[in-house]
Write a protein that binds this ligand. Structure first.
Ligand code: ZN
Length: 215
């Protein structure tokens, strides 16, 4: 996927996903708050642009929506201090971290990696980003997820346990961040099942509205 941000075009590079970043979501899954960001990755081949239909995976039966604020990195950096993190943000949008919850539960029980429950084809629908500028309050971005017009999730970036500057700092201590990297920053509570034929809508007054039909 290619993102147009002002005069720049960025090709998606890598997708970093943050788990367990909202206290109410951690509670609804019966887990405990992590002491540091929980990180997993998806290949960029998981991306689905808005308006295109999402193929249902067939290796599980309980596909969940997880609505997330997505950060697009615009400037490379390693060991980025929190105080400098916003300078590395090119854009913001909303995305879905689609998850096969039944497969994930099985992987957790076995102590196996999560990938087949999280990083399958079409598991990362992503909106069109808007260019970031410092008038956008990173710690107060409201967003919501509806399925067939029923409101399922509401969240605000201010409720994150690890805020965006900390996530950029943390990730860049492990990987040199590159332009086109995406950070899916975690989901608020209200996750739930999706079925073939559903229509998922993500909305934020600050970022826009994006919609995907499920094939
Ligand atoms: Zn997630």
């Amino acid at each position: 996927m290619r993102f147009a941000l002002g005069s720049r075009n960025l090709n998606a590079q890598r997708i970093f996903c943050i788990g367990k970043n909202y206290a109410e979501h951690v509670k609804e899954l019966g887990g405990s708050a992590p002491g540091q960001p929980v990180v997993f990755m998806k290949p960029v081949s998981c991306l689905v642009p808005p308006g295109e239909s999402i193929r249902m995976p067939t290796h599980g039966s309980n596909l969940h929506h997880e609505a997330e604020l997505v950060v697009v990195i615009g400037k490379a950096g390693k060991n980025i201090p929190e105080s400098d993190a916003v300078a590395h943000i090119a854009g913001l949008t909303l995305g879905l971290d689609l998850t096969l919850r039944d497969v994930q539960a099985d992987m957790k029980k076995k102590g196996w990696p999560w990938e087949i429950s999280k990083a399958f084809d079409h598991s990362a629908p992503c909106g069109n980003p808007i260019a970031y500028d410092e008038n956008i309050p990173l710690d107060n971005i409201p967003f919501q997820c509806s399925v067939n017009s029923d409101l399922r999730q509401t969240g605000n970036s201010g409720e994150m346990m690890f805020a965006i500057p900390h996530l950029i700092h943390f990730l860049s201590g492990i990987w040199e961040l590159m332009p086109g990297d995406l950070i899916y920053t975690g989901t608020p509570s209200g996750v739930g099942p999706l079925h073939s034929g559903d229509r998922v809508t993500l909305h934020s007054d600050l970022l826009g509205t994006f919609e995907w039909p499920l094939a």
